[in-house]
Design a protein around this ligand. Sequence first.
Ligand code: GRF
Length: 199
Amino acid sequence: MRRVAVLASGRGSNLGALLAAQAEYSSYRVVLVVSNIEGSGALGLARDASVEAVCVPSRGVEREAHERAVVALLASRSIEFVCLAGYMRRLTPTFIDGLERPILNIHPSLLPAFPGMHAQKQALEVGVRWSGATVHFVDAGVDTGPIILQEPVPVAPDDSEETLSLRILDVEHRIYPKALDIVARGAYAILGRTVRLSA
Ligand code: GRF
């Protein structure tokens, strides 16, 4: 059972999905939730699930110092994998190289389309017929790391940002635990920029 930390800044519905799926996937356990926002839904969800929940505030803290503090916390809990779930901070090499552990992220589009903020709004603005969700490894770019799993979601002609986001969120909640299970079982290989999945 791999020890996983989830980093989240907001309501934490993906954290909820990762926690709920632990019953199905015995490959990982979320043992720590870290947020930069005190009072975030994610911290509340973690406490309700009796998972250690720690706030490492970022406001007014120099970026490198904040990242070093989070990395030290993760190392002190022997964390093996990190899942970003609505963590509203771009990670620098201080974090990524300092951690030396795989970091996963969930993004509400079919990457490489619509990276960054407001992916659902970007999709509606250019009129794509399909968007979706992507789980990928994190590198120093914005939503550019190797893709683990993706699933398309149709865009309806009358979709608003809210309705499209909700439909994508359903898929996020399904593929994030699945992707984490694949990574926790080591059922993959990274070849250049691509991730090859094994059984
Ligand atoms: C999700 O749409 C996720 O794809 C994006 O941020 C949102 C977080 O939502 N990275 P939640 O906090 O997990 O509910």
